[in-house]
Design a protein around this ligand. Structure first.
Ligand code: SF4
Length: 359
């Protein structure tokens, strides 16, 4: 990859139109380029056969299209496929394809690692290595959709892979605009769910976005003290402030905020936690997604017994809260929620990573 070339994967359609015009080419070629790259998965200008030879030569001289490269793939017994992808700087991230949920879903990363440090999450143990660019975020979808033969079919996207999307706000929103382009994959924001620990200024910006994805808040606790212990950003953006922001959040008709709650045995799975959660959510159009922990080495918590999970769900349901229990997908390949960590990446040796996990 050459540093003097303009990286086309980082450009929204209007930016690409302007870049073409500035180089003496017609603006409408942006639409053709988007079709090739996003709808057909073709990034080699020479294979874009409806472009003139002269234009292809000019594109080759001025532009490049980088894509994350699949370096490994594993498939779970339940059909979930986890991909390790390598970026231009050889950093690695993970993205997951989850079939039949009931729609097809891609779970993608917004950062290499994560700065939030949630106590039950392997990615949090990595710390933040760097933000992903918009082209890298959208590129995961492009590459996975091609790898799973989904380029021509509707799919859902969840921003629940590595990283906190609102900590990388501008690039995440730009990626959604790239994916939304009618000339490319045309992904409706209704098919996208952004999951956040609740960075309040980010939520306030999101409330004003023209392209607003569905919102999921990773709550995980019902008291300030308990949440600060499990989700350290709670110190800066406390539970009460997050819930108040959610109350004010401009939801579309029939949409609701999803509250994710990882159930940890003996920590946050007691009946009084469930009752408190129901009280906290009053006045918010919400649903609750309970996620029994996916245990992993280095994570100092256990998965609660099924009876505790059922009891917790029943208490919420009795209080008229829509509740679902997330079936864990891809646990056998470490593709489940909170289990994404690039093992053997370029940053740290395997031994260093194990040491980090044991901290
Ligand atoms: S749960 Fe999400 S926000 Fe928390 S450390 Fe893991 S990746 Fe980051």
């Amino acid at each position: 990859m050459r540093g003097d070339l303009l990286e086309l994967s980082e450009l929204e359609t209007p930016e690409l139109e302007a870049a073409l015009e500035a180089r003496g080419a017609e603006r409408f070629h942006a639409r053709q380029l988007y079709r090739w790259i996003y709808k057909r998965g073709v990034t080699d200008f020479d294979r874009m056969t409806d472009l003139s030879k002269e234009l292809r030569v000019r594109l080759l001289a001025d532009f490049q299209v980088s894509s994350p490269v699949v370096v490994s793939e594993s498939q779970s017994v339940d059909g979930t496929r986890k991909f390790v992808l390598e970026l231009r700087d050889r950093r690695q991230i993970e993205a997951v394809f989850i079939p039949d949920t009931p729609a097809m879903t891609f779970c993608v990363s917004t950062q290499v690692g994560c700065a939030m440090g949630c106590g039950f999450c392997l990615t949090g143990k990595m710390g933040l290595v760097r933000h992903l660019t918009a082209g890298e975020i959208a590129g995961q979808i492009r590459v996975l959709a091609a790898a799973t033969s989904m380029l021509e079919y509707p799919f859902n996207i969840v921003l629940m892979g590595m990283g906190e999307p609102l900590h990388n706000y501008d690039q995440t929103m730009k990626a959604l605009r790239i994916l939304h382009s009618e000339h490319g994959l045309a992904v409706s924001p209704r098919r996208v769910t952004l999951s956040t620990v609740g960075i309040v200024p980010g939520l306030q910006r999101l409330a004003r976005e023209p392209l607003m994805p569905n919102l999921a808040i990773s709550l995980h606790a019902t008291t300030e003290e308990q949440r600060t212990a499990l989700v350290p950003p709670n110190r800066k953006y406390p539970l009460a402030e997050i819930l108040e922001t959610c109350r004010q959040f401009p939801l579309k008709k029939r949409s609701r905020i999803t509250f994710e709650y990882v159930l940890l045995d003996g920590v946050n799975d007691a009946p009084e936690d469930a009752r408190r959660l129901a009280r906290l959510l009053s006045g918010i159009k919400s649903k609750v997604n309970l996620i029994p922990l996916n245990p992993a080495p280095g994570i100092p918590f256990e998965r609660p017994p099924d009876e505790h999970v059922d009891r917790f769900a029943q208490i919420l349901a009795d209080r008229h809260i829509t509740v679902s229990v997330r079936k864990s997908r891809g646990r056998d390949i470490r593709a489940a929620c909170g289990q994404l960590i690039v093992e053997g990446g370029v940053k740290k040796s395997a031994a260093q990573q194990v040491a980090l996990l044991m901290k």
